[in-house]
Design a protein around this ligand. Structure first.
Ligand code: FNR
Length: 379
């Protein structure tokens, strides 16, 4: 199968993964309107083509929280990454590291913080969910800090899980025999694709470390199901601030008023996101929400944005709409599932190549010049 664009990896991932996992990654909430709008609204953003400026010295790098990024892209936190490829968090983190961009580890990772962070040439970021079990949160923050994680991504759009119909149909919503077998296989040290290997699987790293015992997928689903916390408020963020001294980003902002609150609270950045259309269907796409948020924040803190970014041109579009940096979820996960670390490296190289084309044809030779000035009304 020919892979010539980031989107080709979606079909490749579908071939490789069991259906319940492919649909878990690919799907969204309810009728999946927001999931589709994330992609479509971004693809509809028209840019001004400008020509005949010398673009031979183009620079795609940025600086963010004192770190240099070779392209304005970071890997979004994706739960169960180690289910899509063996030791998937390690593989994705290595690819990000090689590219010179941050990998953000999800709370809900198969590999624990301590397995991934020390192997990297640059610090990784850590993502935290609010759980009723504050002991877990405190433990995770202390471990992330001890492992040298450079930024905390605090996800606030999951006080309750979104209704994902595809998961109910595919069998992902509840433990079942197929899932159990796959979990056994993918987390087994001698795992091979589509081969059921029997033996003791690895456990769910970050949660197992906290509980002091091996936690498998079923235990985890039960634990998480009982631990979503609808009481989450800005007070919880103050509590987290006591334990986290580095840069803190609030992920899941979609409204200018919440963005202003994040500035007032003292966040170092926000991530404009609707969780890739996986939470409340019908909310604005990130592309549509972003300009008003950028206007409200007015450069006071960093704005990152994800949900719908599928290629390097989308990165330029998101930046033109007001983001300082983008993040990608499915775009790297499909590649990881299809081709492991090499797939993620390839997709990140494609992103850079496409960014360069977009910057050349809009005549901007540095990322700071990608501003709303690049936007043009289409029809
Ligand atoms: C996610 N996302 C997510 N977010 C988070 O803060 N913690 C998590 O554990 C997860 N888990 C997760 C699993 C899967 C399979 C997906 C697809 C997404 C959301 C993720 O960080 C990001 O916001 C979206 O993926 C962005 O949308 P795109 O790039 O996938 O369109």
């Amino acid at each position: 199968m020919i892979i010539s664009s980031p989107s080709d990896y979606r079909a490749a991932a579908q071939k490789r993964l069991p259906p319940f996992l492919f649909h878990y990654i690919d799907g969204g909430a309810y009728a999946e309107k927001t999931l589709r709008r994330n992609v479509d609204d971004l693809a509809d953003v028209a840019l001004r083509q400008r020509v005949l400026k010398d673009m031979s010295q183009l620079d795609t790098s940025i600086e963010l929280f004192g770190e240099k990024l070779s392209i304005p892209v970071a890997l979004s936190p994706v739960g169960l990454t180690g289910m899509y490829a063996q030791r998937g968090e390690v593989q994705a983190a290595h690819a990000a590291d090689k590219k010179g961009i941050p990998f953000c580890m999800s709370t809900v990772s198969v590999c624990p913080i301590e397995e991934v962070a020390p192997k990297l040439g640059r610090p990784m970021w850590f993502q935290l969910y609010v759980l009723k079990d504050r002991g877990f949160m405190k433990n995770a923050l202390e471990r992330a800090q001890a492992a040298g994680c450079s930024a905390l991504v605090f996800t606030v759009d999951m006080p309750v899980p979104g209704a994902r119909y595809r998961d109910a149909h595919s069998g992902m919503s509840g433990p079942n025999a197929a899932m159990r077998r796959y979990w056994q296989a993918v987390t087994h040290p001698h795992w091979a694709w589509n081969v059921g290997v029997h033996g003791k699987p690895h456990d769910l790293g970050n949660i197992s470390k906290y509980m002091g015992k091996a936690v498998g997928l079923e235990d985890y689903m039960g634990y998480l199901g009982a631990n979503f916390d609808p009481s989450i408020s800005w007070k919880d963020l103050e509590w987290i601030r006591e334990f986290w001294k580095g840069p803190m980003l609030i992920k899941g902002i979609l409204d200018p008023e919440d963005a202003k609150d994040a500035v007032r609270f003292g966040a170092d950045g926000i991530i404009v996101s609707n969780h890739g259309g996986r939470q409340l269907d019908g909310v604005l796409s990130s592309a549509r929400a972003l300009p008003a948020i950028a206007d409200a924040v007015k450069g006071q803190i960093k704005i990152l944005a994800d949900s719908g970014v599928r290629n390097g041109l989308d990165v330029v579009r998101m930046l033109a709409l007001g983001a300082d940096c983008t993040m990608i979820g499915r775009a790297f996960i499909y590649a990881l599932a299809a081709a492991g670390q090499d797939g993620v490296s390839h997709v990140l190289d494609l992103f850079e190549k496409e960014m360069r084309v977009a910057m050349t044809l809009t005549s901007v030779n540095k990322v700071a010049d990608i501003t709303p000035d690049l936007l043009v009304q289409s029809a």
